[in-house]
Design a protein around this ligand. Sequence first.
Ligand code: KIV
Ligand code: ZN
Length: 519
Amino acid sequence: MTNQVKIFDTTLRDGEQALPASLSAKEKLQIALALERLGVDVIEAGFPVSSPGDFQSVQMIAREIKNSTVCGLSRAVKGDIDACGQALGVAEQFRIHTFLATSEIHVNAKLRKSQDEIVEMAVAAVKHARRYTDDVEFSCEDAGRTHIDYLCRMVEQAIKAGATTVNIPDTVGYTTPTEFGDIINNLFNRVPNIDQAIISVHCHNDLGLATANSLAAIENGARQVECTINGIGERAGNSSLEEIAMILQTRREMLGLETNIQSKEISRTSKLVSQLCNMPVQANKAIVGANAFSHSSGIHQDGVLKAQNTYEIMTPESVGINKNNLNLTSRSGRHVIKHRLTELGYNLEDYNLEDVYQQFLALADTKGTVYDYDLEALLFFDQQKHEAAHFKLLYLQANSGHEIIPSATVKLQVGDEEVTRTSTGNGPVDAAYEAIMQILGHQDVEVVDFKLDSKGEGADALAQVSVIAEYKGRRFHGLGLATDIVEAGVNALIYVLNNTHIADQIDQQKIQQERVAGV
Ligand code: KIV
Ligand code: ZN
């Protein structure tokens, strides 16, 4: 058996489906590119049949990603599989992932079919997917609660029909490591054609056992693990990629297994996903939490100073945490900024140096000293800019204070027009938002969540605002950054507006295509 464990990342599918607001196509592509850099073998980019937006983003990712296999999810029905085939066809390498529930409770209560019918459906789905590609994965949804005899039958039939990977999900995070390891062991002992496919696992974290269960499965022969960055996903989430990757790396001598993960990319990818998905990482989270490498007790600090490995089983550098925080000022030139960003792991293709440098100078003028986290924040926001943004902030003035009525004047570029409005509100952000709503001329966009955070330390830190707004029954997330809190809030709302504008365009295109096709 190979000692190579494939890493299948489902941040953009299982992770994304659990977010409070969906990601834009551009944000998904940014995450996909980060996953490719991280060395992920398979990127599950979405569920193409679920919406026109998902179809487009899967297609965009399929077009751009060259070094990872791009995968799409489908139920075990023709229409879903066809949507996957169409969205993924442009990819260098792609996989169709089709699934069907196999546990008694799902088969009886949800699907209301006999076990024989389920086997037939699975076989037909795998065969249909094989018309598009040789790389087909079949998942036995809720395998963790499926009777082992039936599970063996399903796995055997799926492989016979042409599945090259068979996934065994613990969909509801119910099993324990010994139990889950035994399921995998049983499959290897009882399914006659098991050597013709890779056995994969997909564990949810409802009892906090997702990573332990995945590891037990690997120890029993599974050679693909499905996981997400920061463990995001349905309910309590999925097995987290960074934990699996670092277990296999840190305990390589004992386990004797390899992955293609470039561990130095972990921290950066984790931050990107957390920020774009609006999902903060708990401080004590293994590998990527803010405290994962900080030592609080005096005894520990003393030990680490004497020999790092007294209390550190892996180095922060091995997951890309750079503790060297260089202070930059307005006297620092472009080449220093470029050099620092390279040290932080960013390639010149990741950003526009001139743009970032101009923003850096403006920030250095306001703040004096610019730190790594400021620079990374600027870069992050530079990457979020919409090239052809429909809405742009041209001018903002906000007044607030003790015993005055807060007011704000906002001038926006809306397409080719420039529009200015002034309004009052119960605070300067509320006043600015009210002015923007007046510019929009409608109230379809409703802000349902507003969070203010500081990037970095001290009173002069950059303000980051995260906003969730509802528009036409969907939720959109936006981020804004500025030294001024009101401006950060306005930037976040403009980010949302640009995404709602793109969503409207996608819907229009779909209506147009359907009209042409006579649907
Ligand atoms: O949890 C699950 O069973 C899934 C499948 C679609 C693989 O996400
Ligand atoms: Zn899942």
